[in-house]
Design a binder for this molecule. Structure first.
Ligand code: ADP
Ligand code: MG
Length: 482
């Protein structure tokens, strides 16, 4: 029997507001414990929440970014549960009427093809504090700095069938929210936390199977691994004739396994009811139109524009718009050199590889857009072969100067002078009479293979500086006896 995987994702996104969602305490990561929690965040009796307008705006920006219906009237609800890091004994969330309703999201897959997933809803809520297990021996501390941090919980329909799609979605979501500037999207710091709902069903069947929910997976790679290992676990149970327990599970990266945290049956009575201390959020058309008018160009639109304006492939365009820094770098380079495809190739090839090798981000790259443009231009005008271009790239990376300075210092000019090349060719031909005879006796297909030998000799004689295109042309003529 073959099984089909079905997944829906829930992402908790921390919004990059300056203060918390219901208090004036700072919303910043990494401070000493409990210095950024005020009386409201601590749940002191008599404290009243005041809604942060920026959090509302960010939620609406997100909704517009995925073409969702915006809830004109949304309300906050209390989600009641007991936990040490939740001082009030409830979390203020939006259960009955979310601020962002149904939407769709076009996700580029790694090959550049798009697939569409449905967003069920996105709602505002406050984050809880953190239990700290590694600070005191045999004791657990509570850090309430995170309590009251604004979150947007983004829920999808069960539209994912492969781990690759789930990861592509998360990457696209990361691009979208960082373009919008509503979150830093930093998964390692918990700004973007992903819960994976996963079930299996026999291939071809309509009905969904029983799902489990894997909580708080905090990197793209772990998402992929958690999905693989949980699908395998479910498949083994199902093939042994056992059933899946609907429950919340935790992914343990060290052991690469998922473990039961709590079963849904006992955990899900949250006794939701409308939050009496907050008014409904009422948004009029003028407000939504104003937010919409302020939106920057988003990844989807930019990708489309790159394809049309620069004649890039789907693949190149999807890669280049994945971060704003990369898209801006690309456009600055092309503005300076006018060569879109070559710029894309350098950026996605040598530059990406070098950044990866040295674990640097594009912002910290030793090669800026103007440096790269200088190199691209010299390859385009024939001064450099692509092979010599790689040496100039290396020089740029080592900050030896501009492309032109490196060409001069390292003596890398490509030899495109026909006279100089012809004399090299003549020498190589007269030194290799056997190969020449063999070439002249061969048919066209074989000649194409044999010519490589001569090209190699000439490149060697010119120390790699002969213009390979010109060499090929002149050589074919010389060998034909012209
Ligand atoms: P809950 O109320 O328990 O959170 P929801 O119905 O809101 O459950 O679904 C939560 C997430 O689980 C959604 O992303 C949804 O797409 C996904 N989901 C629901 N049913 C299944 C299923 N059978 N298999 C996989 N994912 C599912
Ligand atoms: Mg849920």
């Amino acid at each position: 029997m073959t099984w089909e995987m079905v997944m829906g994702l829930e992402v908790h996104l921390q919004l990059a507001t300056r203060s918390k969602i219901f208090s004036g305490a700072a919303n910043r990561f990494g401070a000493e414990p409990n210095v950024q929690a005020c009386a409201v965040d601590l749940g002191m009796p008599g404290m009243l929440p005041v809604l942060n307008e920026q959090a509302v705006r960010f939620a609406v920006m997100f909704g517009l970014g995925i073409d969702a219906r915006i809830g004109k009237r949304s309300i906050f609800d209390r989600k009641n549960y007991f936990y040490p890091d939740l001082p009030k004994g409830y979390q203020v969330s939006q259960f009955f009427e979310p601020i962002v309703c149904e939407g769709t999201f076009e996700v580029p897959m790694p090959d550049g093809d798009l697939f569409s997933i449905r967003i069920t809803r996105a709602h505002l809520e406050e984050d809880a504090g953190k239990s700290v297990h590694d600070r005191f021996p045999n004791q657990t501390g509570v850090d309430l700095n995170r309590a009251g941090t604004p979150l947007l919980e983004i829920v999808t329909e069960p539209d994912f069938r492969t781990a690759e799609q789930a990861v592509a979605y998360l990457k696209a979501l990361h691009s979208l929210v960082t373009y919008l500037g509503i979150s830093d999207g930093n998964m390692a710091e918990g700004s973007m936390r992903c819960d994976i709902n996963l079930s299996l069903r026999p291939a071809g069947s309509e009905a969904y199977g029983t799902r489990t929910e894997i909580k708080n997976v905090n990197s793209f790679r772990f998402v992929e691994k958690a999905i693989a290992v949980e699908a395998k676990r479910q498949q083994e149970l199902l093939e042994d004739g056992l059933s899946i327990v609907q429950e919340t599970r935790l992914y343990d990266a060290e052991r690469n396994e998922t473990r039961s945290m709590r079963s849904k049956e006992v955990a899900n009575d949250y006794r939701y009811f409308p939050e009496p201390d907050l008014l409904p959020i009422v948004l009029d058309d003028a407000y939504i139109a104003a937010v919409s008018a302020d939106l920057p160009e988003l990844p989807g639109a930019k990708r489309q524009r790159f394809i049309e304006q620069y004649q890039l492939s789907n693949y190149d365009a999807a890669q280049l718009v994945s971060s704003l820094a990369m898209a801006d770098y690309f456009e600055a380079t092309v503005t300076a050199c006018g060569e879109a495809k070559a710029t894309a190739n350098w950026m996605l090839g040598d530059l990406a590889a070098a950044l990866n090798r040295e674990n640097l981000s594009l912002e910290d790259a030793p090669i800026g857009p103007l440096d790269l443009a200088g190199l691209v231009a010299r390859v385009a005008d024939g001064t450099l072969s692509s092979k010599l271009g790689k040496q100039v790239f290396e020089g740029l990376w080592l900050r030896e100067g501009s492309a032109d300075e490196i060409i001069a210092q390292r003596g890398l000019k490509q030899v495109s002078d026909a006279g100089a090349l012809e004399s090299l060719i003549a020498t190589v031909i007269s030194n290799n009479p056997d190969q020449v005879a063999q070439y002249r006796a061969a048919d066209e297909v074989k000649q194409k293979k044999l010519i490589g030998f001569f090209v190699g000799q000439i490149m060697k004689a010119s120390k790699g500086q002969a213009n390979p295109k010109l060499v090929n042309e002149l050589l074919a003529r010389a060998l034909a006896g012209d």
